[in-house]
Design a protein around this ligand. Structure first.
Ligand code: NAD
Ligand code: GLY
Length: 368
């Protein structure tokens, strides 16, 4: 497989949801594109939600571009503390306070400037404020560009579990400025590659092989390879979301590795592994479980683990976690049905399945 080169031009995609649709733009310098931002903004009020790492880097540029693109728009900002530990109801309440202080009615747009934490929280706040206002996603991490900014899943975490409170609320637009990845710390870039590998693992063996050939270029942030890869992931996700917006079936495949990963994140108090790192471990556990259950060749689990390892991602359980606690946490996962454990397993690279009724003893064996 080769992906078409894209480094200089902006890639334009569309998420089609029946009569509804929205654009995804992927390119360089889009933070400065006032006209594009203006076309995505709805109403007289814009609240930019960001965090104290991303805002000092990009908030001024974004604000200036909106001012150039829109007349008579009241722009305000709400800057949260950084980190998954702040993807909470309390942070959402602070966003509501900011909207109330602006006297925002439904004539407001939230603009999420940051990674998946800011994106999920902002989308959730937009879904709730006056039962729903526009949200524009401006992702600044690789993970957010390839996954969380697209598809309308919004949520906050509870101490009891990740993403337990949320809503489906599609963004008005996704505007991904690849230039922002230049400042992304290496660990965060690597974490994003876990979700990239996920797309190959769950349904696209050719893309998996493409990633195996391009690890070095991707880690070196080669602009051409990175843009083509982000676009490929967004296309795959847009297709799945178009067929199954609210996860009645196929969309659950996007959670390959996530039930394990979310349990690990929760058990570590949202302050241990990065989300992508936990997903990397979770995908390896799901692949090993598939092999143990006789559903998939063990060699594919090894190939997955080897690719994640080349991306610098963890592939083994962090020490000190209690398998029984993890299984309890996995029981609170949204994919479970009628109290039984339902996981995304695979038949091998590129062939994931939704598998209900998994015996907790088989899960404990891979967690031990
Ligand atoms: P994150 O939002 O915490 O960002 C990672 C780190 O990078 C943070 O410290 C952030 O401040 C920093 N950062 C962001 N952009 C930067 C930039 N350009 N330069 C320098 N630093 C930058 O984490 P993430 O990995 O982007 O997202 C993880 C979250 O996404 C999790 O909460 C996960 O549950 C969620 N998620 C949601 C979906 C969905 O469909 N809604 C899908 C996947 C993941
Ligand atoms: N990240 C999983 C989904 O969007 O469905």
């Amino acid at each position: 497989m080769t992906l078409s080169p894209h480094s200089s031009s902006t890639i334009e995609l569309t998420v089609e949801l029946g009569a509804r649709r929205y654009p995804i733009a992927i390119g360089h310098g889009l933070l400065d594109d006032g006209a594009r931002l203006a076309s995505a903004i709805d109403g007289r009020h814009v609240l930019i939600v960001s965090n104290d790492v991303v805002a000092p880097l990009y908030l001024d540029r974004l604000t200036a571009a909106i001012r150039r693109g829109c007349e008579n728009v009241h722009i305000s900002q709400w800057i949260l503390a950084d980190g998954e530990a702040h993807k909470t109801l309390a942070s959402a309440a602070r966003v509501f306070d900011a909207l109330a202080a602006m006297k925002a009615n439904r004539d407001a747009t939230i603009l999420a400037l940051g990674g998946g934490v800011i994106g999920d929280l902002s989308g959730f706040a937009a879904a709730c404020w006056m039962r729903g206002i526009a949200c524009v996603q401006v992702p600044t991490t690789l993970l957010a560009m390839v996954d969380s900014s697209v598809g309308g899943k919004t949520a906050v975490d509870l101490p009891q579990g990740k993403n337990l409170v949320g809503a489906f609320h599609q963004p008005r637009a996704v505007i991904a400025d690849i230039g922002t990845l230049a400042t992304l710390p290496a660990r965060e870039l690597r974490a994003g590659f876990a979700e990239v590998v996920k797309y190959g693992a769950l349904g696209d063996a050719d893309f998996f092989a493409y990633l195996e050939r391009n690890v070095d270029a991707l880690l070196a942030r080669d602009a051409d390879v990175l843009a083509a890869t982000i676009a490929h992931c967004c296309r795959q996700k847009a297709g799945i979301v178009a067929r199954d917006e609210t996860e009645q079936g196929e969309r659950a495949l996007l959670n390959f590795g996530h039930t394990f990963g979310h349990a690990i994140e929760t058990a570590m108090g949202y302050d241990g592994l990065r989300h992508g790192e936990a997903v990397a471990v979770g995908m390896v556990l799901a692949a090993r479980l598939s092999a143990n259950l006789g559903r998939a060749p063990a060699v594919d689990a090894q190939r997955l683990s080897a690719l994640l390892d080349r991306f610098g991602l963890p592939t083994a359980m962090p020490p000190g976690l209690d398998p029984d606690q993890l299984i309890d946490l996995m029981r609170l996962d949204k994919k479970n049905l009628s109290g039984t454990l339902r996981l995304i397993l695979w038949r091998g690279i590129g062939q994931a399945d939704i598998v209900p009724g998994i015996d907790a003893r088989a899960i404990r064996a891979v967690l031990a």
